[in-house]
Write a protein that binds this ligand. Structure first.
Ligand code: NOJ
Length: 578
C-alpha cells in the first residue's frame, strides 16, 4: 500500500492500494494494479485469454470482401480536365496545415491509373471496392450549371473497369447541400452502382474539421457550437439523400444506401471504478451515438441532450449549444439506413475529466482517454492494436441500434518510417481484427454482411500527409511512375478472402489457404537487396548483416582466446619441463 516514501514523504505512492492519509482511519482503496496483480496470482501467470484465442469458421456465403480509398487521398489530377478546387485542395495548399506540406496534387495519380488500380484489386480478390467521388471534379464551381463531363467520365471508366473485373463498386461521399447534384449522380451512375454511402465519418467532418480544425476546412474558433451545427446539417442532408434514393431510384436501380459512422470503442480506465465506467459510456455515446442515435433510434440520445443543455445553461447561454430537431425532422431522419456502415480502428481507456466552464466537445463529453501500454503501436499516435474492442463495439451496435445489418466500411493499420514490404504488423492486425468480427458473427449473432480493409494502397493520410502509410500496396513515391508494390499482407488478406474466413487447420488440409493470386510473385523493388546470394527486404538484409557481424566478433574472440590459451599452455608446458 502507499506509505511513507522517505524523502518524498506521502507524496509518492508505490502501493497497490491507495491510502487516504487525510482520513484518520487511513482507508485503503485498491488501484487498478491491485486488481491486475490479483489476476496474475490467480492465473499463476499469463494464459491466453479466451478473447484472444483464434476462432475457426466462415462468414456468410455472400459476404462482401472489400478494400477502400478516398478521392483526395489517391486521385491527384487536382487541375486535370477542368477540375475545380475542393476544401482539401485549399487546406493542403495552406502552409503548415499538412505535415511536410504534403498535398494531394498528384497523390497516387489514380486519375490516370484506372487499369493499374483495378489490376491490384483483382490481385487481392476482393468482391467490392469502396471509393469516393470528388465533387469538384464533377461540378467545378459547386453548382449543376456546369457538369464537367471529362471529370464524371473518370468515374464511368473506373466503374466499368470494376464491373468488367466482377468487382462491385461501393461509392461514398454523396454529401452536398444541393440535392440536385445527388440526383445527377444517381441518374448517371445508378444503373451500374448498387452500393452507396451518403457521408463518410460525419464525426470527423463536424468535429475534426469544424472543432479541432485539424482537417479541412480547418475551423476551430467556435468549438462548442459549430461542430454540433455542422453535425445537425449532416444528419439532415444524409436523410434527404436517403429519401431521394429511396423514393426515386430504389425500385428501378435496386441498390442499397446508408451512412458510414466511425467510432472507437471505449473501456473504463479502471473497470472497478464507477466514474471511469460512466466516462467510458459517455465517450461512446458522444462518438458513435452522436450520429447513430438520430438515424437508428430517433433524435439525439438523452445523454447528449441533457449534458450539453445543462453545461450551456450553466455557462449563461440562453439555450443548448446542441440544436434541436423538430418532431417532423426526427421522423424524417429516423430509419434512413439500409445497413450500418461502420469504420473502426482502435479502443481507448476512459476516465472523467472536469473541464470547468469550458464549452467544447471534449468538455461536454467530460472524459479523457489513454491507451493501455501493453497494446501494440502503429504509425498513427491515435491507433493502438486492440482487437477485442472490435467485437465489443459490434455487439454494442447490435444491442443499441436494433440489430441492423452491418457493413464494416473501414478497418486497418498504418506504419511510418523506413519502407519494409514485409508488413507483419499489418497481417497480425488483420488476422486478429477479422477474427473478432467472426466471433461477433458466429458467437454473438451480430448481423455482419461485409468487411473493408483500409486501405488499398499507401496514400495521403490527411493532415499527416504521406508519412503514415495504411496501404496493402506500397506506392513508391520516389519513382515518377508511382508503381504499386504488394506488401506481405496482400497475400494474407487475399487468403482470408479466398477462405471466406479461417478454416480449422485441425480439420485437414484446405485448398483455399494456398491461393494462386494473379501476379503476386514478390517484385524486386528499390527496397529489395541481394545479400549472400539471396533476395531479401532491406530490413531482413540488415538483420543478416548484424548477425554476420556478431558471428564475426564471436569468431575473432574465439580465435584470440584460443591463441591465448595455446600460448599459456605452451608457457606452462615449458615451465613444467624446466
Ligand atoms: C478514416 C477515413 O475515412 C480515411 O480517409 C482515413 O485515411 C482512415 N480513417 C485512416 O485514418
Amino acid at each position: 500500500m502507499d506509505s511513507f516514501e522517505w524523502l518524498n514523504g506521502y507524496k509518492l505512492g508505490f502501493g497497490l492500494h491507495h491510502v487516504d492519509f487525510t482520513n484518520p482511519n487511513r482507508p485503503r482503496t485498491p488501484k487498478y494494479s491491485a486488481h491486475f496483480y490479483y489476476q496474475v496470482i490467480r492465473d499463476n501467470g499469463f494464459p491466453t485469454p479466451d478473447d484472444e484465442k483464434m476462432l475457426y469458421g466462415h462468414f456468410r456465403k455472400d459476404f462482401i470482401w472489400s478494400t477502400a480509398t478516398a478521392s483526395y487521398q489517391i486521385e491527384g489530377g487536382w487541375r486535370a480536365d477542368g477540375k475545380g478546387l475542393s476544401i482539401w485542395d485549399k487546406f493542403a495548399h495552406t502552409p503548415l496545415r499538412v505535415f511536410n506540406d504534403d498535398d494531394g496534387d498528384i497523390a497516387c495519380d489514380s486519375y490516370n491509373k484506372v487499369e493499374e488500380d483495378v489490376a491490384i484489386l483483382k490481385q487481392l480478390k476482393v468482391t467490392h471496392y469502396r471509393f469516393s467521388i470528388s465533387w469538384s471534379r464533377v461540378l467545378p464551381d459547386g453548382t449543376t450549371k456546369y457538369i464537367n463531363e471529362p471529370g464524371l467520365n473518370y468515374y464511368h471508366r473506373l466503374v466499368d473497369a470494376l464491373l468488367a473485373a466482377n468487382i462491385q463498386p461501393h461509392l461514398a461521399n454523396l454529401i452536398n447541400l444541393d440535392w440536385i447534384m445527388l440526383d445527377l449522380i444517381f441518374s448517371r451512375l445508378g444503373h451500374k452502382v448498387k452500393f452507396w454511402i451518403t457521408i463518410n465519418e460525419p464525426y470527423n467532418i463536424a468535429n475534426v474539421g469544424h472543432g479541432y480544425g485539424a482537417a479541412a476546412p480547418g475551423i476551430s474558433f467556435r468549438p462548442g457550437t459549430l461542430p454540433y451545427i455542422v453535425g445537425h446539417h449532416l444528419l439532415k442532408a444524409h436523410a434527404e439523400a436517403w429519401h431521394l434514393y429511396n423514393e426515386k431510384y430504389r425500385a428501378k436501380q435496386k441498390g442499397i444506401i446508408s451512412i458510414t459512422i466511425n467510432s472507437d470503442w471505449s473501456e473504463p480506465r479502471n473497470p472497478y471504478k464507477q466514474e471511469d465506467i460512466d466516462a467510458a459510456r459517455r465517450v461512446v455515446q458522444f462518438y458513435i451515438g452522436w450520429f447513430a442515435h438520430p438515424i437508428f433510434n430517433g433524435d439525439y440520445s438523452d445523454m447528449m441532450k441533457t449534458i450539453i443543455r445543462e453545461r450551456s445553461l450553466a455557462a449563461g447561454l440562453p439555450k443548448s449549444r446542441l440544436p434541436e430537431f423538430s418532431p417532423e425532422e426526427i421522423k424524417r431522419i429516423k430509419g434512413t439506413y439500409d445497413y450500418f456502415g461502420f469504420n473502426h480502428y482502435t479502443t481507448v481507456l476512459a476516465f472523467p475529466v472536469d473541464y470547468g466552464n469550458l464549452q467544447h466537445y471534449d468538455a461536454d463529453r467530460g472524459a479523457g482517454t489513454i491507451a493501455d501500454r501493453t497494446w501494440l503501436d502503429s504509425g498513427s499516435s491515435w491507433l493502438k492494436v486492440s482487437p477485442f474492442g472490435f467485437r465489443r463495439i459490434l455487439n454494442f451496435i447490435k444491442e443499441e441500434y436494433g440489430n441492423p445489418p452491418i457493413i464494416i466500411t473501414e478497418n486497418g493499420i498504418s506504419e511510418r518510417g523506413p519502407i519494409d514490404l514485409n508488413d507483419i504488423h499489418r497481417s497480425y492486425y488483420y488476422e486478429k481484427y477479422i477474427n473478432q468480427v467472426l466471433k461477433a458473427y458466429l458467437l454473438d449473432d451480430v448481423d455482419i454482411r461485409g468487411y473493408t480493409a483500409w486501405s488499398l494502397m499507401d496514400n495521403l493520410e490527411w493532415a499527416t500527409g504521406f508519412s503514415e502509410r495504411f496501404g496493402l500496396f506500397y506506392v513508391n513515391r520516389s519513382d515518377p511512375k508511382l508503381p504499386r508494390v504488394p506488401k506481405t499482407s496482400v497475400a494474407q488478406y487475399s487468403t482470408i478472402i479466398n477462405c471466406n474466413g479461417f478454416p480449422d487447420p485441425a480439420s485437414g488440409s484446405h485448398e483455399c489457404l494456398n491461393p494462386e493470386p494473379e501476379g503476386t510473385s514478390a517484385p524486386i523493388t528499390d527496397d529489395t537487396v541481394r545479400f549472400l546470394g539471396m533476395k531479401l527486404s532491406t530490413s531482413d538484409a540488415e538483420t543478416g548483416l548484424n548477425t554476420t557481424f556478431a558471428l564475426l566478433i564471436v569468431a575473432v574472440f574465439a580465435a584470440v582466446c584460443s591463441s591465448f590459451c595455446f600460448f599459456k599452455a605452451r608457457k606452462q608446458h615449458r615451465k613444467n619441463s624446466m
